[in-house]
Design a protein around this ligand. Sequence first.
Ligand code: TIU
Length: 227
Amino acid sequence: MTTLTVAARPYDYTFDPAHTAVLMIDMQRDFLEPGGFGALLGNEVAPLRRIVPACQRLLALARAHGLAVIHTQEAHDPLLADCPPAKKARGRLACGIGDPGPLGRVLVAGEPGAGFIPELLPEPGDIVIRKPGKGAFFATALDSILRHRGITHLLVGGVTTEVCVQTTLREANDRGYEPLLVADCAASYFAQFHDAVVEMVVAQGGNVGWAAPLAAVEAAFAAGDDA
Ligand code: TIU
């Protein structure tokens, strides 16, 4: 067993790479590109695009060290059978979930917008989880997949920090996993929401888990390589 230590908040985060996955949340064109679901909700997508290089580094690190890599994708089936009517109605959008938009039908699996951005495409061996909700555990096989593989620790990035990332962190925490938010691999359309989530995660002795910058995760692996 190898134990690596990340200088994290609220205190050191230790993990065994053999029992750890990188969980990359919803790095899809629908959230990161103009014309997608995020933009149709009225958001400016530029803040989300800024984390792409850091996410690429996190995935490269995971693959180089044999960690499981899991990508999630928020998308619905073409009939919207898995989309609650309340979710479709929310926001009273002129062009909303299931409607034809600039990136194809909004948030529908198989459409261009639901696909991952080209910089962060899944590679052979990666796991892809399609999810109908904000949290990655709701109505998916994620919990079973992690348990079958003996994964207890999660290094989490993606978008948006206060919506799908935070919901997933809380779901993971309640199920007994040890989640670390890699803070600069996550982003929100609202900078203040991102910052607030980081503080909420680490408050009260790590109420939801840990947070650290990517550099601290990289340093942990580098120290392990030297040992
Ligand atoms: N609206 C928003 O900020 N996010 C979402 O709807 N989904 C995710 O966060 N992936």
